[in-house]
Design a binder for this molecule. Structure first.
Ligand code: SF4
Length: 375
């Protein structure tokens, strides 16, 4: 696109956005707190999934003060099911930073916003432009794809030098008079028409400016990234159940130090409340027995492991298979950092989707037992 066409291009995109934008709950507000929550929830998560979570979260935490003051467990419970729980933990850390350093007002300087936990270049630009009209171009995956097609750019867009050059291009194209709408218009185009699959160029408001369409290569762009090799992870999990139907969940560790990439248990299940879980390369029962001895002080007990249906789950590059076991005990071990909870209430706890699947496998067996015994 020639520089002389930029004005026409901006007008066409903004007119389309004004007319065609989806009615999304966070678009009804210029409150930076609400926009920030929506931007964090939308990272890695689809709009349709986010909407009910967004509403519930804001009902429970309508202000940054309420989010800052809430127990972490409550924040995680409201996030439960959205995945990538680090986002929720960072939200609360940042809320506390905003209360402590800015009296609860979202900061307006980009440098200050970048100091907040969990906020990077994209989120800072999105919140500041949408809430305050700051002249900042927000570059995320959707926008990068649109820009790459408009200019017919080849190569892996996430490579550092290409990403920088896309940011330069986004800065150059930014409509400074309407920065918030401009950023949202580009994101909306990427989310609705210029999608990762075949783009709908016939409906596109800026097709006459698009180099990839002219060259007939829109569908081939952006070029595929080299995918990280998949890793198969085998875990074993123990659902201990006592005679009253109570189970045992272990507490997430207090420290959040970075761990090695192959330390799968902390990365996958132990960030939240979880059943005793161990890596199981080979015999899952043996590794669980070791864990029982080390963490639950269950060395002398005669433990019977009843195999439950295997659970499969995928998190980014990890393909996980869990062998869950039901372990019936007369009394749950008094392990430090654990909590006793009715098995049928586990699903309401702040747990990962993986732990949720394990709980469901155990509940299916316990419910069938109860029907058989007429309970
Ligand atoms: Fe995307 Fe097609 Fe529009 Fe180009 S013409 S920006 S490829 S939807």
């Amino acid at each position: 696109m020639k520089e002389s066409q930029s004005k026409e291009f901006r007008a066409a995109l903004l007119a389309w956005f004004a007319q065609s934008q989806r009615d999304l709950p966070w678009r009804r507000s210029r409150d930076p707190y609400r926009i920030w929550i929506s931007e964090i929830m939308l990272q890695q998560t689809r709009v349709a999934t986010v909407i009910p979570y967004y509403r519930k979260f804001l009902q429970r935490f309508p202000t940054v003060h309420q989010l800052a003051a809430a127990p972490e467990e409550e924040v995680l419970r409201m996030w439960s099911g959205l995945g990538y729980y680090r986002r929720a933990q960072n939200l609360q850390i940042a809320a506390r930073q905003i209360v402590a350093s800015y009296g609860g007002e979202f900061p307006r300087e980009k440098a200050e916003v970048l100091e907040l936990a969990g906020i990077g270049e994209y989120t800072a630009a999105a919140v500041l432009s949408i809430a305050f009209g700051e002249r900042l171009a927000a570059l995320d995956g959707n926008v990068a794809r649109v820009l790459a097609r408009l200019d017919a750019r080849r190569g892996d867009l996430r490579a550092a030098d290409r990403w920088r050059s896309l940011q330069d291009r986004a800065d150059q194209l930014l409509d400074g008079e309407a920065a918030g709408d401009w950023n949202q218009a580009l994101m909306e185009l990427g989310a609705t028409l210029c999608t990762p699959g075949p783009p709908q160029c016939l409906l596109c408001p800026v097709r006459q400016f698009c180099e990839a369409r002219k060259q007939g290569i829109a569908e081939q762009l952006p070029e595929k990234r080299r995918k990280r090799a998949e890793v198969a992870v085998r875990l074993a999990a123990a659902v201990l159940v006592d005679q009253s139907g109570n189970s045992l969940l272990l507490r997430p560790p207090a420290t959040r130090e970075p761990r090695p990439a192959d330390d799968h248990v902390p990365a996958l299940v132990a960030k939240l409340w979880h059943f005793p879980t161990a890596l199981a390369n080979g015999d899952g029962i043996r590794t669980l027995r070791q864990l029982f001895a080390k963490q639950l002080n269950m060395t002398r007990d005669k433990v019977v492991f009843e195999a439950l249906s295997a659970v499969r789950h995928t998190v980014t590059y990890r393909r996980i298979e869990v062998s869950p076991f039901l372990v019936r005990v007369s009394k749950l071990p008094p392990a430090g950092g654990s909590k006793t909870i009715a098995l049928n209430a586990v699903l309401e706890q702040p747990i990962s989707n993986l732990t949720r699947k394990v709980a469901r496998a155990a509940l299916a067996v316990v419910a069938a037992d109860s029907i058989r015994s007429g309970g």
